[in-house]
Design a binder for this molecule. Structure first.
Ligand SMILES: Cc1cc2nc3c(=O)[nH]c(=O)nc-3n(C[C@H](O)[C@H](O)[C@H](O)COP(=O)(O)OP(=O)(O)OC[C@H]3O[C@@H](n4cnc5c(N)ncnc54)[C@H](O)[C@@H]3O)c2cc1C
Length: 716
């Protein structure tokens, strides 16, 4: 705790101690007040103004310091100032006092609490930011939670002090009137508990629930209003129509069919979407071939004097297609039809919240009526408007799989996962690759030293990595393609034969009815959904790349479950999409895998952490395999066995991380990983050793010193 906070905490503690030491708690009891009523009344009659000011200040102090006695003081207010002035005094004094307590809690504890429990509090913080005033109002009206607890707890949340003040004043008003009014009859009251009859408490509860109920009704009315201009079919032919048969759409349709709903899956291009046809599958197949080439070139590391390799790039690209073809049946219309999904080939367009029109390749139209729609239209490569690029044309992750001639000099625009994976693969296959990234490092989402490991390897393998280079213009000069970049205020020329644009992917949100229905998109240009993956129209859902915020096959499939279940059963129960433990990997060499927080994010979010790092260069199996490089880096809550996040860089990092993903998902700590038998010699042992690094750092040094003495004593 900072010095100023320590001083404030000490001063507050001193005031609280003084209150009890001088018997303040004894004065502020119902019995004491009743016995003093005549004296207080007389004091007020002698000095009305100063009594009112003193009372006001005392009330603020009691509530501000969260001391017991506010209820009794409210009665006193009624007894001596009457209903009107008593209510006014208490209403302002209690709100000011509550806000002071709120500010004290915020000043002393919020940073600490958010740092320590920020991740767990994420959903609460988001909820308070969105609907904090409503919840506070409800809490204030329902007298079940003591007010001082609300003051202190709210101080730890992101609610604004101004909002806290006015909502508190409004919310406490009804209760204040009841107590002040009771105070006007103080002589007749026998106990504090008698003031709130069960009937009155019931009325407060109803009053408290009213705003929540009202909010729900407003939402329902809003939802109805968006449907107002559409005619709802009398009945539906289907329960669910899914637009797009990529990772998200396939899983949505499959879940729907598995629970016996009538589901139609519409795909305008290829079943399997990006992942199968132009994404994960072909890229991983290409990376495998390129890795073999790289390994053969390093045969001496394995004691093999020389290994000659001869290949034709076109054969490698044909193999890539063979892999796609082999996996194709898994995502085929035939397979899905067998699983109970109706598959329709054609371009879907949402023409009303319950009607999807499908245009087949022959131009024939089909109209499908449905209770719910799931948009899973995916994303496409973003080609930035850099002068000259459109005229020159570029390769993207969509069309690069069609080339059969290896580009001699390839510029890769983009240092993200796709750009980095393809940079290394093409460099290993023999292209002279220049990777251009405008940010200071590649894989910017990862920690700097992880990016540095990848960049070091790229450079060692002959890639010309140009970070801090902003692509400005593409030109053709005397038949030579040239990229002009800006680097530290200077223009830099890069000559090349082909350019691969991998600067990000943009959601497909146009041309299939979103505009006509007025379904909004986000700043990130994805379809806007709520936490249940509902769009503006509660029966239209979106999942996968089109909805974001992630762009992975496994997150698309994860969201698909929520979209399908909420679309089919949301009338009874809806589930919030859970993004608490999301892993991913970039399949470069070294492979980089992550789950949860890394150091960079923990710092940005102000979350306290400890780091345990195990260097894979020490791992027996990695040494035997000549893959002794990389790290397992685990972030934990300081002093606690709770994993905040893990980054693994090294061979098979994407596989190794699974153990930590399971641990985080199921709340297991590093002690559990350490207590698990890992087969020797495997790369997976790296996880156990990382847990060991953490354990060693937390060994009880004092106890060990005593044990050392004990052993010395036993030796005699
Ligand atoms: C090169 C590359 C490598 C990748 N590597 C990985 C990886 O290793 N791991 C990973 O997890 N992710 C990877 N990804 C990302 C992954 O491919 C995507 O996140 C995933 O495919 C998203 O699935 P989706 O269903 O949301 O969208 P998509 O797969 O894009 O599917 C959307 C489908 O909707 C169809 N569609 C669109 N509009 C209509 C319409 N109006 N009517 C009918 N059909 C329509 C499209 O034709 C498409 O088939 C990679 C991506 C690329 C480009």
């Amino acid at each position: 705790m900072k010095g100023s906070r320590l001083v404030a905490a000490a001063a507050l503690a001193a005031l609280v101690v003084a209150f009890f030491a001088f018997g303040g708690n004894k004065y502020l009891t119902f019995e004491s007040i009743k016995s003093q009523q005549t004296a207080i009344q007389a004091l007020y009659e002698r000095n009305p103004m100063s009594t009112a000011i003193a009372f006001f200040a005392a009330y603020v102090a009691v509530t501000g310091l969260s001391l017991p006695g506010a209820a009794v003081m409210t009665l006193v207010a009624g007894a001596i100032f009457g209903l009107l002035w008593g209510t006014l005094l208490v209403s302002f004094a209690s709100s000011i006092g509550a806000t002071l307590a709120f500010l004290v809690s915020r000043f002393l504890l919020r940073d600490w609490v958010q740092k320590r429990f920020g991740r767990q509090l994420g959903a609460l913080n988001a909820g308070v930011e969105k609907e904090g005033a409503l919840y506070l109002f409800t809490l204030r009206l329902i007298p079940a939670v003591p007010f001082f607890v609300i003051n202190l707890a709210m101080g730890l949340t992101p609610i604004r002090a101004r909002t806290f003040y006015w909502v508190s004043q409004l919310g406490m008003f009804a209760g204040t009137v009841v107590y002040v009014n009771a105070g006007t009859q103080l002589a007749a009251i026998q106990s504090l508990s008698g003031i709130l009859s069960p009937g009155l408490i019931g009325a407060f509860v109803l009053l408290g629930l009213f705003p929540l109920l009202a909010a729900r009704i407003v939402n329902a009315v809003k939802a109805r209003r968006v449907y107002a201009r559409w005619t709802r079919p009398a009945k539906f032919e289907r329960n669910l129509v899914v637009i797009g048969a990529g990772s998200a759409g396939l899983v949505t349709a499959l879940i729907g069919a598995a629970v016996k709903a009538k589901v139609t899956l519409v795909e305008k291009h290829k079943m399997g979407g990006d992942c199968l046809n132009t994404g994960c599958v072909p890229s991983k197949a290409l990376i495998r071939s390129a890795k073999f080439v790289a390994q053969a070139r390093k045969s001496q590391e394995l004691g093999i004097k020389s290994a000659s390799i001869e290949f034709d790039f076109a054969d490698i690209m044909e193999r890539v297609q063979r892999v796609v073809k082999t996996i194709e049946p898994h995502d085929s219309a035939e397979r899905y039809a067998g699983l109970g999904v109706e598959c329709v080939q054609g371009e879907a367009k949402i023409v009303s919240p319950w009607v999807v029109e499908v245009t087949g390749a022959d131009g024939k139209k089909q109209t499908l009526t449905t209770r719910a729609i799931a948009i899973a239209a995916g994303a496409r490569p973003f080609v930035p408007p850099i002068p000259g690029l459109a005229e020159m044309g570029c390769l993207t992750s969509d069309n690069i799989w069609d080339i059969r001639k290896l580009p001699a000099r390839l510029v890769v625009l983009g240092g993200g996962p796709i750009g980095s994976e393809l940079t290394q693969a093409f460099a290993r296959l023999g292209s002279k690759v220049t990777q251009v990234e405008m940010l200071p490092r590649v894989l910017i989402r990862e920690d700097p030293e992880i990016s540095a490991m990848v960049m070091k390897k790229f450079i060692a393998e002959g890639v010309d990595v140009r970070v801090n280079h902003k692509a400005k213009e593409f030109r053709v000069e005397s038949g030579q393609k040239v990229l002009i970049c800006e680097h530290q205020g200077q223009d830099v020329r890069i000559e090349f034969d082909e350019v691969l644009c991998a600067v990000g992917r943009i959601a497909n949100t146009k041309g299939y009815g979103l505009e006509e229905l007025g379904i909004p998109t986000t700043k990130a240009r994805t379809v806007e959904t709520n936490e249940f993956l509902q769009t503006l129209y509660p029966n239209i859902y979106a999942c996968g790349d089109v909805a974001g915020p992630f762009q992975f096959t496994h997150t698309a499939a994860h969201q698909a479950w929520y979209a399908a279940v909420n679309a089919l059963f949301g009338t009874f129960r809806k589930f919030r999409a859970d993004y608490s433990v999301i892993p991913w990997a970039t399949f470069t060499d070294p492979e980089v895998a992550r789950v949860g927080l890394n150091e960079t994010e923990a710092k940005e979010k102000g979350i306290a952490y400890e780091v345990s790092v195990y260097g894979i260069d020490e791992l027996d199996r990695a040494i035997a395999d000549e893959t002794a490089h990389g790290v397992v880096k685990v972030l934990t809550v300081p002093g606690k066995d709770r994993i905040l996040g893990v980054t693994i860089a090294g061979e098979h990092a994407g596989d190794l991380i699974a153990e930590f993903v399971a641990a985080m998902r199921h709340g297991l700590g590093l002690n559990r990983i350490l207590g698990t038998i890992h087969i020797y010699p495997t790369l997976a042992e790296a996880n156990k050793y990382a847990a060991g690094v953490w354990k060693k750092a937390h060994a009880p040094q004092g106890l060990l010193r005593q044990v050392e003495k004990f052993h010395a004593w036993r030796r005699g």
